[in-house]
Design a protein around this ligand. Sequence first.
Ligand code: SAM
Ligand code: SF4
Ligand code: F3S
Length: 461
Amino acid sequence: MSSTIQPLHNKQAIRALLQRFDHTPRAHVQSFGCQLNVCDGEKYKGVLADLGYQLTDTPEDADVILFNTCAVRAHAESRVLGRLGALKSLWEKNHDLIIGLCGCMAEEEEVRAQIRKSYPYVRMILSAGAMEHLPEALLQVYQGDPRHIITDLTGIPSEMLPTVRESDFKASVPVMYGCNNFCTYCIVPYVRGRERSRMPDAIEAEVRALVEAGYKEILLLGQNVNSYGKDLAEPFDFPALLRRLDAIEGDYFIRFMSSHPKDATTELIDVMLNSTHIEHHLHLPVQSGSDSVLQAMNRRYTASQYLELIDETRAKAPDFSFSSDLIVGFPTETEADFEATLRLIAHVKYDNLYTFIYSPRPGTKAADLPQCSDEEAISARMQRLLHVQRTLSEEFNRRFIGRCCTVLIEKYDPQSRKATGKNREGMNVELPCADDLTGNMVTVRITDAKNWALVGELREA
Ligand code: SAM
Ligand code: SF4
Ligand code: F3S
């Protein structure tokens, strides 16, 4: 990583260079993958706008195109490579076009080799979270460096980085970066580095400013938020952070993800239940219901330890909502293991389930295990899983019928005059609405339940 050029010098030098364009230079940023990556994308946009670029949604009219990538599954990577391939025709028409690859794929050696070989027109490669190095990389490319590469997985992004947010009522706030867990299937620790926490004061200041600016949903992000603060000079834990943020006055919800089940505690649940703003919903990725698969995944909990927290929570708050991630077709998964997963989901009754077919990631431990090649069997398991989940969630969602909930309206379709939003349990709610109330908190009476959403009617605007 080059650190000889000062950030301020880079900024001024680029602004001077952009003055020479015969039009306002335009930049296009496309983020793939998880919310954390989307959040980095908002900062890439902020840095580009601050340098003087006009942001554009279309790559065709851009002078700089940045792909902020995801490496979690092979499919995510091939999508990005396909889109990069499609950019070749733009570069052939305009050799001044700067195309950059950043995010999680940029950290993989095989991807870099592939870029070197087959994508000569990709001129910047920046590792995940390297937003403040963008001016330096751009300057080097403008000054004739054929391809500038920056890798840095150690620091945390500067608190001073400008941000262009995707929404004006929902905001993502990272509390930590990286992961120490090394689940055997997962590439994230390799491409995002070790856990680094932001200072509590900086997080509180950001959330306070967002609430004051009228944001209604604050989504706290980290690969395992329950590890928050362990690396700080003065350790500070996640429940303590939640208590501090919940004390900020205003009309808003706090959500967060993800929680690793090995670190989720009764204290965390109690803070949520006793809070004013924190949702009564926990995204608690279980991955499998079989102890032997969990062990092979290095998840460090058993199915019964996982269920203990669920049962304890529901004993205190029967409506509390859980969602989860599940992997189907992990290399050691047998039919009996899969059935244990079905039993687990029947017990928990998740409101939402994110299901993934296992994708071997080069460099991870599970990629060295003998892989299951029976795609038909895996896809049949996935279908069974989805069927069970659909049936269960419709039945479980019915617990809200007849009740009133506070809903943050997120979308409005003027044609059908239907609004959609989320309640405090994080569940989707649909309702007919004469006006566009997007970004407002409203009271809704729930009249029906589908497997994908609750259906209701507006009580007051
Ligand atoms: N840090 C979060 C956690 O532990 O819950 C998850 C982050 S990961 C980006 C999101 C989900 O992708 C994981 O929970 C897992 O279900 C899934 N995933 C990760 N690696 C995968 C792989 N190699 N194949 C299929 N799914 C995978
Ligand atoms: Fe990946 Fe596991 Fe870390 Fe989540 S906790 S990011 S699944 S290694
Ligand atoms: Fe993908 Fe990186 Fe997120 S691998 S899921 S974008 S942390």
